[in-house]
Design a protein around this ligand. Structure first.
Ligand SMILES: [Zn+2]
Length: 90
């Protein structure tokens, strides 16, 4: 990944890791677990590391995403039905 070579990789990783750890994740719609993750697509060194260290980060090799969120407890993908309405209304 040539574009990352000029960045401080550690700083990029720490920034993204912190962003995910601060992020509010919705509880699972199927089992109410709060151990859920944002689904991301695309395997590069950085995302592999994040997937290994951050439980709010679910990595897929290829899209499309089966859901926007993933539950670590029941291992299911899910979407929040109301989510698209929030902030999207004029
Ligand atoms: Zn669940």
């Amino acid at each position: 990944m040539a574009e990352f070579e000029t960045y401080d990789r550690e700083q990029v990783y720490q920034d993204i890791y912190a962003r995910f750890m601060r992020m509010e994740v919705p509880p699972c719609t199927q089992c109410d677990s709060r151990s859920t993750a944002s689904v991301q697509v695309g395997i590069i060194g950085l995302t592999i590391r994040l997937a290994a260290t951050c439980r709010k980060f679910k990595l897929l090799a290829n899209g499309p995403k089966p859901g926007k969120w993933f539950c670590n407890s029941c291992q299911k993908f899910f979407n929040i039905p109301d989510e698209t309405d929030q902030g999207a209304t004029p």
